[in-house]
Ligand binder design. Structure first.
Ligand code: ADP
Ligand code: MG
Length: 263
């Protein structure tokens, strides 16, 4: 049997004496879109730091395609929560940054990125600076820089968190279409229940800090989501149910059974 693309097994982490993650176990299969949904400050970005910055967990193991993460090289293209774009670099030079860091010459990096500007809704803005773009366009540019690195897995940390609600809804639709087309293996961190339900194949719900996985939910809704009344109604019911869990003061301990939310 092929191993999962990513497997976290009993990961615990603390900053000094502040426990942040407690026995986190999760998997992501190739081509799967998985969200980690949890309250602000629960430890979501810390989880991504463990994956990208190779800081060592206090306990537990991380495997990528069946090998310890330390042997897997740097398999993630990571879109950080903040400061994704450098304000002093033009959009074209922001989008090539990840490739240049990997050692690609700027000319080659530009040739790789430029044909994708249309698909990312950025046509004609190559020579502009980030401040001259709308918030949604800036996030699409940051996402372009991330996906063009052609890594086996994407890590997206609250990519739409700073956007207004309407722009965010538009970006979620767009990202779902892009994911259906490209089938990236992706892990998204968010505190937005609607966003998680709209985008994910599976959701891990985290408790407040120290974060434990309190639910794992399979979202079996047909794609694209949020277009027909039936899917919308089912999505809304799942959202309400997850919100109940997140707002409950006492969170269930331990590893949950997998639930199928749309059956
Ligand atoms: N470098 C750090 N040193 C000490 N505490 C930190 C550090 N980074 C984050 N924290 C704390 O760890 C907790 C989890 O942070 P974080 O992973 O950023 O949460 P989230 O991304 O879910 O909002 C928070 O209480 C935060 O204040
Ligand atoms: Mg965060």
């Amino acid at each position: 049997m092929t191993p999962p693309r990513l497997k976290l097994d009993g990961i615990s982490y603390r900053y000094g004496d502040l426990p942040v993650l407690e026995k986190i176990s999760m998997t992501v299969q190739p081509g799967e879109f998985v969200s980690i949904l949890g309250p602000s400050g629960s430890g979501k970005s810390t989880l991504f730091r463990l994956l990208t910055a190779a800081i060592t967990a206090e306990a537990g193991a991380i495997a990528f395609d069946g090998k310890p993460l330390t042997e897997a090289g740097r398999p993630f293209a990571f879109m950080p929560q903040r400061d994704a774009l450098m304000p002093w670099r033009k959009i074209i030079d922001n989008t090539t940054l990840g490739l240049e860091v990997q050692g690609m010459r700027r000319r080659d990096a530009r040739a790789r990125v430029t044909p994708l500007f249309g698909e990312f809704g950025l046509d004609g803005f190559e020579q502009n600076y980030p401040a001259e773009l709308s918030g949604g366009m800036r996030q699409r540019a940051a996402l372009l820089r991330t996906v063009v690195q052609d890594k086996p897995m994407l890590l997206l940390d609250e990519p739409f968190g700073a956007l207004d609600a309407l722009t965010r809804a538009g970006m979620q639709r767009w990202l779902e279409e892009m994911w259906q087309k490209h089938r990236w293996t992706a892990m998204l961190v968010t505190h937005d229940v609607r966003e998680a339900v709209h985008l994910s194949d599976r959701i891990y719900v985290l408790s407040p800090r120290p974060a434990k996985v309190i639910r794992e939910i399979v979202i079996d809704l047909p794609r694209p989501r949020g277009r027909d009344a039936d899917t919308l109604a089912r999505a809304a019911a799942i959202e309400a149910d997850i919100l109940d869990t997140l707002l409950k003061p006492d969170h269930r301990n331990g590893i949950p059974d997998r639930e199928h939310a749309a059956e």
